[in-house]
Design a binder for this molecule. Structure first.
Ligand SMILES: *Cc1c(COP(=O)(O)O)cnc(C)c1O
Length: 406
């Protein structure tokens, strides 16, 4: 059957607006479309394919498990899930793990856990504090905890008991938190909100305030986790441990899986029958994620992230100066944002499209920030080539008369 981009509009719900190209194959940091055109991947499917496309060890883990056992449900446990959980516990603050299939589901589990924790502690302890511009997923609970009104509009009534505060504003948190707070939810780097890192003082202060008020500190590491920060998880860069951490995106290297990691004290709230998932922790996903974790949680992989990040940031800053297009890059590790200079505000999507025309795939993080999230093991040569292609796209845009009203 012949399918094209036009087919999308005829058979898919219109909630997405995919690019004009349809990739059909990937290898390392390159993908090829239906016409055989090649693109350098600076996006990783939104910070997911952290080991590139079709890494031989991941292909081996998936195909080996595919020939053994696909699914049991949680009526029975399975070896890949137990091994992956053991490795996550060994490598992090966590004592316990819950598996699911996406970041939104991992956060849904974390927020439900927080509510049960609060409600079992004292009456009225059910308030969740989160931050403007945060993104935590697309379920009704997670869009409600998220800090962007556009994602809840039209879906009312939304769950109650959620307070939003300005990000990185410790005084606001100090004033708002109380013994009625059951959890404070933080992305160590706001991803969808514009690649905005939390300050050290904010993270440390939030930890102290949560301790004072017996509230759970939840880190949403769906985007920052699994090596992207140059640490296995970004909390390790801050040296501040949460009570609950959510992981997804990079965890499966492209195979859907999510996980909620937590302390034993938090885990005990989710007694038998309180929460669940049919597919969560299925052998295929866990076998792949185990291989991902083995490869990413190597000192050489993690150390390599910082060196690559420096190359990308230097390249972006130099393009930014030459064309007056970017302010200095920001982010953590290989989660990098290039904020647009005032004259270019609102044009991030145009820059992504110009890059695609020249054979490099980048992302936006809102209308005013170009986001770069390449593979953690991308070669220096591929970084250089991707930056060259991005610059070619930007040079083309800069030469064009600015679109009317654009
Ligand atoms: C992508 C993302 C999510 C949602 O993950 P899904 O797998 O799309 O449900 C949640 N939180 C953060 C920080 C994310 O970047």
């Amino acid at each position: 059957m012949n399918v094209t981009r036009a087919t999308f509009n005829e058979v898919m719900v219109p909630n997405y607006m995919p690019a004009d190209i349809i990739p059909v194959r990937g290898e390392g940091s390159r993908i090829w479309d239906q016409q055989g055109r090649e693109y350098l991947d600076f996006a990783c499917g939104i910070a997911v394919t952290g080991l590139g496309h079709c890494h031989p060890k991941l292909v081996a883990a998936l195909t080996e498990q595919a020939g053994k056992l696909w699914h049991l449900s949680n009526v029975m446990t399975n070896e890949p899930a137990l091994r992956l959980a053991q490795k996550l516990v060994d490598a992090t603050f966590a004592d316990r793990v819950f598996f699911c299939n996406s970041g939104g589901e991992a956060n849904e589990a974390a927020f439900k856990l927080a509510r049960r924790y609060g409600n079992s502690t004292r009456p009225g302890k059910n308030e969740i504090i989160s931050f403007y511009n945060a993104f935590h997923g697309r379920t009704l609970f997670t869009v409600s905890v998220g800090g962007q009104a556009k994602y809840t509009q039209g879906f009312e009534p939304i769950p109650a008991g959620i307070t939003h505060l300005p990000f990185n504003d410790l005084d606001a948190l100090k004033s708002a938190i109380s013994d009625n707070t059951c959890a404070v939810v933080i992305e160590p780097v706001q991803g969808e909100g514009g690649i905005l890192p939390a300050t050290q003082a904010f993270i440390e202060g939030a930890r102290k305030l949560c301790d004072q008020h017996n509230a759970l500190l939840i880190f949403d590491e769906v985007q920052t986790g699994v090596g992207r920060s140059g640490h296995l998880y970004a909390y390790q860069a801050y040296g501040v441990q949460p009570d609950v951490l959510t992981s997804a995106k990079g965890l499966g290297g492209g195979f859907p899986i999510g996980a909620m990691l937590c302390t034993k004290k938090a885990a005990d709230v989710l007694a038998f029958g309180t929460h669940g998932s049919t597919y969560g922790g299925n052998p295929l996903a866990c076998a792949v994620a185990e291989a991902v974790l083995d490869l990413v949680n190597e000192p050489s992989t993690l150390a390599g992230v910082q060196a690559r990040a420096q190359l990308v940031r230097d390249g972006l800053d130099s393009i930014g100066r030459r064309y007056g297009i970017f302010e200095p890059a920001r982010g953590l590790g290989l989660l990098i944002g290039a904020p647009l200079a005032p004259a270019w505000k609102g044009r991030a999507k145009e820059i992504v499209n110009a890059g695609l025309r020249h054979g490099v795939w980048t992302l936006v993080a809102g209308p005013d920030v170009l986001r770069i999230a390449p593979s953690l093991i991308i070669s220096e040569a591929d970084i250089a080539e991707g930056l060259r292609r991005l610059e070619a796209g930007i040079a083309e845009l800069a030469a064009l008369p600015k679109a009317a009203g654009g």
